[in-house]
Ligand binder design. Structure first.
Ligand SMILES: Nc1ncnc2c1ncn2[C@@H]1O[C@H](COP(=O)(O)OP(=O)(O)O)[C@@H](O)[C@H]1O
Ligand SMILES: [Mg+2]
Length: 145
């Protein structure tokens, strides 16, 4: 699926729609250059999951987790927001140390991972969200299951 967004709010709204549909065990890889709108999308996604406070980019701490409110037909209890931008070497070992490989794909978890293309270890059933900068305010978002 492809969406063109004309401002940050529209990217936020696209994230909200995806977040509202998540049940648990999803792993979402976010791709796109710096400033493409990955964190904006995740902020919308987290609101769609029912998280009330604004999430910030975890660039300097690699991973943040957020408790999710209970929702009917949803097994997910925690959103994990990971940003691998700062990591260049031994990315898989760092991810292992953070517990990512033990936590992802569990019914209790939803993972969103910025700069996930730095990982060599991939789970099955990734949802890929790719953001492409068209011009200063325009983005092309491609969502691939
Ligand atoms: N259509 C758009 N979608 C998302 N962000 C946009 C858009 N147009 C402008 N922006 C701006 O681009 C920046 C995206 O930043 P951010 O979400 O932190 O990107 P990333 O996490 O990919 O580095 C924000 O300053 C936002 O206001
Ligand atoms: Mg970011």
């Amino acid at each position: 699926m492809e969406i063109i967004t004309k401002n940050a709010q529209e990217t936020h709204d696209a994230g909200f729609t995806v977040g509202s549909s998540l049940k648990g065990s999803e792993v979402i890889f976010l791709k796109g250059e710096l400033g493409a709108g990955k964190t904006t999308f995740v902020q919308g996604l987290s609101e769609g999951l029912g998280i009330e406070h604004t999430i910030t980019s975890p660039t300097f701490i690699l991973m943040r987790s957020y408790s999710l409110p209970e929702k009917k037909d949803r097994t997910a209890k925690t959103l994990y927001h990971v940003d691998l931008y700062r990591l260049e070497h031994d990315v898989d070992r760092e991810a292992q140390n953070l517990g990512i490989f033990d936590l992802w794909t569990k019914p209790e978890s939803v993972f969103v991972i910025e700069w996930a293309d730095r990982l060599n270890t991939l789970p099955s059933g990734i949802l890929e969200v790719s953001l492409e900068v068209i011009d200063i305010d325009t983005r092309k978002i491609t969502i691939t299951p």
